[in-house]
Design a protein around this ligand. Structure first.
Ligand SMILES: *Cc1c(COP(=O)(O)O)cnc(C)c1O
Length: 402
């Protein structure tokens, strides 16, 4: 394996970190260790609790060589000591909540975030006696006001799905730590190319590897990155005991995708900006939300916190539900589909009433703040790696039908 002190650039890290020629065969590409169990000459009893990075592999839920390679690559990209991979982003997210919180504890969570996380914190956590405060985490004063003596975790998402709302990670991590709580971020939309949350004070950096890091819309996966100590706890409690570990095959696919993350993100950003500018100039399109546009309400924070503005954007246009049906039928290149972060461009409509009922359940000022940017609903678009001109022509012919 190339020594990590032999390189420092992000592209080199993406290609080489965590992997190296196979010592047994000389294979340049990493091989897949599709094995649940490992033969050992140690006759002593094994305990999952005594494992560390130098321990031999024993059983794949405790550790697997292919998954370990991906974990090292993600750590190199995030500049953290350690990473634990999971079967999905939701497994990584629930690992944070369930490993850190006990009955009687309190957590502060972004009131707008990935729908699965929104539903987990609203529906499941209270059943375990965990109290939740939902706040607009773009408002640091609101985060500070929500802290209680029993707050153990502040969990935010930035940029947040689906309205691209940003949270100032350094400021919120400061508030969390001052209150004796840990800070976690869902950094899926940002990727490590945009933001290195750990350097800003975040304790747990979560990704849905399914999205940009895997980057090809095939394998599901998730990750948590942080200190060696924090990840050792996550590994024992969540990976080994809850068991939602990543399959070596998916780790191999995601590792292959991750090698091109920096160059993909550069292209994603360029194309997203071109499409966002086209949409902003279209007479039938209302508000366009993209952190790379000067019109983004938190453009200054985007400049400060995001070295790449990624390729997720949202926009309002006409009668959303009607246009969504037109898009599903008439878009040629862009797939009308959920998910995000890969080479194919994807679009879907997220109606405000619907997402409030199923997931966010905002009321009063929080609902008004959401409606102020999302209206009755937004088209959430994940800009892929096609040519900007082709994407624009595809949107143009669909918008001409309304
Ligand atoms: C997709 C996604 C998740 C969930 O990840 P899965 O891999 O689908 O479980 C969580 N957060 C964000 C921001 C996502 O986009």
């Amino acid at each position: 394996m190339a020594k990590s002190n032999q390189y420092s650039g992000i592209c080199t890290k993406a290609v080489h970190a965590g992997e190296g020629p196979d010592p047994a065969t000389g294979a340049s590409a990493p091989s897949i260790s599709m094995s649940s169990t490992f033969v050992t000459d140690e006759s002593a009893g094994f305990s999952a609790h005594e494992l560390d990075e130098t321990s031999p592999f024993v059983y794949a839920r405790w550790g697997n060589p292919t998954v370990r390679q991906l974990e090292r690559k993600v750590s190199a990209l995030e500049e953290t000591e350690a990473t634990v991979c999971f079967a999905s982003g939701m497994a990584a997210s629930s690992a944070v909540f369930f490993s850190l919180l006990s009955a009687g504890d309190h957590a502060v969570v972004s009131n707008v975030c990935y729908a699965g996380v929104a539903e987990l914190v609203r529906d499941s956590l209270p059943r375990f006696g965990i109290e939740i405060s939902l706040v607009d985490s773009s408002d640091t004063d609101a985060v500070a006001a929500a802290m209680r003596p029993n707050t153990r975790l502040v969990y935010v998402e930035t940029p947040a799905n689906p309205i691209l709302r940003l949270t100032d990670l350094q400021a919120v991590a400061g508030i969390a730590h001052a209150g004796g709580a840990k800070m976690a971020v869902d950094s899926t939309f940002a990727t490590p190319i945009a933001t290195k949350p750990h350097a800003l004070g975040v304790d747990y950096v979560m990704h849905s590897l399914t999205k940009y890091i895997g980057g090809h819309g095939d394998a599901l996966g998730g990750s948590l990155s942080g200190t060696r100590e924090a990840m050792a706890h996550i590994n024992t409690e969540a990976a080994i005991h809850y068991g939602g570990v990543l399959s070596p095959f998916n780790a191999w696919l995601i590792q292959r995708g991750a090698a091109t993350l920096p160059i993909r993100m550069a292209q994603h950003q360029k194309t997203a900006l071109a499409v966002a500018r086209y949409l902003e100039g279209h007479p039938k399109v209302g508000q366009v939300l993209y952190p790379g546009l000067d019109s983004h309400p938190q453009r200054d924070l985007a400049k400060r916190q995001m070295a790449n503005t990624s390729a997720m954007l949202s926009f309002q246009a006409g009668d959303g539900e009607k246009l969504a049906a037109i898009m599903a039928e008439h878009l040629g290149i862009i797939h009308y589909a959920v998910s995000l972060g890969h080479h194919r461009s994807l679009i879907c409509w997220i109606g405000t009433d619907g997402i409030m009922e199923t997931s966010f359940r905002l009321e009063g000022d929080a609902l008004a703040a959401y409606r102020a940017v999302a209206g009755d609903g937004v088209f959430r678009m994940s800009i892929g790696l096609e040519d900007a001109d082709d994407l624009i022509a595809d949107l143009d012919q669909a918008l001409a039908r309304v």
